[in-house]
Write a protein that binds this ligand. Structure first.
Ligand SMILES: C[S@@+](CC[C@H](N)C(=O)[O-])C[C@H]1O[C@@H](n2cnc3c(N)ncnc32)[C@H](O)[C@@H]1O
Length: 421
């Protein structure tokens, strides 16, 4: 098959092979630098932190049909083949489709189908889930087809969201990984792009990058670059950033669940650590909690604090002043939160008494409780807590002085040079 070639006395591989969630995914080399690497077609993307991020973040509901737009090596479809009856992958690059088909065979997967196409143009029927890792980088160039998403990065992203509702089955979902340009405007952007009815929209972000933090890594080429070439490149990227009205670029995820029209549409944005392990159960839980909050049975639910969280207290020995943080050592779904003394007390109160919603929620504290549930810090459960500790319910503490501040996590460069080790 030409996968292995002889180089002098050695054997070399023509492809990179990644181990992904128990599967093998073959794709082109990240750096096509040797003469034997030269090809006439567009190269197929390596498995990047965006590829893995979507694998870890997109909820894996059992469904009938999944559409994987911009499928590249086929990684998203191959993972989805485990929870869907059929996954359809589409890519504009014929070489990507050949790799995707090869990867399905390599892993003995028979419920995926791959075809060459421009987004939805060649698809038919309806899908329960649409997955997409599109070219999303705001770029002055069009050279790298798997990376460049037009000058704002939103050329393909907007199209995917806008047209999704024509292809979604009832209560269908769209899960996308992307650079999030000017994230403060995301609520109105999604309002404009989404043409469907009621939906729960969730945006997971990491950290804002300014023009320099964003542009510099994109301008380094891995090998053989002179300073002059680097400077010319950097000028182009900075100019694009500043003339296109980009103020910040954040890396993250857009997750949209269509819901019945009787439900209340919602938008929520929160910070995570870009996941290096699955967080999709927590994302799924967010959507389930949203639904539960709109139902009658909420009154009978118990309010519980996530067991993954820890408090960190710092006390000044001189002034006695305390700073309190809430964080999770092992769960990337949570960032670090700075909380006020009153918030600390309220969370402890809830954690100790694990009260029923109807006994704890009041017109005054309810919005705070919602906020903590949207952040995954608290959750509602119909199951009585297993350890019924110290169940001495006092009246809820006052809400005055409650404060919680979400801290940004590490910036997540999505450029090719960030993968150099
Ligand atoms: C960022 S890569 C994602 C690859 C893979 N899904 C992953 O997660 O690693 C983007 C892919 O989109 C494809 N693409 C670009 N424009 C497209 C279009 N208009 N329609 C379909 N695919 C497109 C590129 O060929 C590339 O394979």
């Amino acid at each position: 098959m030409g996968l292995l070639i002889q180089r002098g006395e050695d054997w070399a591989s023509r492809v990179d092979l990644f181990a992904v969630a128990g599967l093998y995914v073959a794709t082109d080399h990240r750096y096509m630098i040797l003469s034997e690497d030269q090809i006439e077609e567009d190269v197929v993307m390596y498995v990047g932190m965006d590829s893995m991020g979507l694998v870890y973040t997109a909820p894996q509901y059992p469904v009938n049909r999944v559409l994987d737009l911009c499928c590249g090596s086929g990684i998203q479809s191959l993972v989805a083949s485990r929870y869907t009856k059929e996954a359809i992958g589409v890519d504009i690059n014929p070489r990507a489709i050949r790799f995707a088909r090869f990867n399905a065979q390599l892993n003995g997967i028979s419920n995926t189908h791959f075809s060459v196409g421009n987004l939805y143009e060649t698809t038919s029927g309806y899908f329960d889930t649409i997955l997409a890792n599109p070219p999303f980088v705001p770029s002055p160039s069009q050279e790298c087809r798997f990376r460049d998403g037009g000058i704002t990065g939103e050329e393909i992203l907007a199209q995917i969201i806008t047209e999704s509702t024509k292809h979604l089955a009832p209560n269908g979902r769209v899960f996308i990984v992307s650079d999030l340009v000017n994230i403060q405007q995301y609520e109105s952007k999604l309002e404009q792009w989404w043409q469907g009815g009621a939906a729960y929209k969730l945006v997971l972000s990491t950290a804002d990058r300014n023009d320099i933090l964003f542009s510099v890594p994109h301008c380094h080429t891995a090998f053989n670059q002179t300073w002059q070439q680097y400077n010319i490149e950097l000028d182009q990227w900075l100019q694009n950033f500043n003339t296109t009205g980009l103020r910040t670029v954040n890396f993250g995820y857009i997750l949209i669940c269509q819901v019945d029209s009787i439900r209340t549409r919602s938008y929520y944005s929160r910070t995570i650590h870009n996941p290096n392990q699955p967080i999709y159960q927590y994302v799924q839980e967010y959507f389930q909690q949203r639904q539960l909050l709109e139902e009658q049975q909420i009154s009978d639910c118990f309010l519980v604090m996530s067991p993954d969280l820890r408090f960190r207290l710092e006390i000044s020995p001189t002034t006695g002043e305390r700073e309190i943080e809430l964080f999770s050592p092992n769960n990337p779904y949570f960032t670090t939160y700075q909380i006020s003394e009153q918030m600390y007390r309220m969370l402890q109160d809830i954690n100790h008494s694990q009260p029923k919603w109807q006994a704890y929620a009041t017109a005054i504290n309810q919005d705070w409780l919602y906020e903590l549930i949207y952040k995954g810090i608290l959750y509602l459960t119909l199951e009585a807590p297993a350890v019924n500790r110290n169940r001495r319910l006092k009246s809820p503490p006052p809400t005055e002085g409650l404060k919680i501040e979400e801290l940004e996590t590490k910036t997540t460069p999505t450029c090719i040079s960030s993968y150099l080790r």
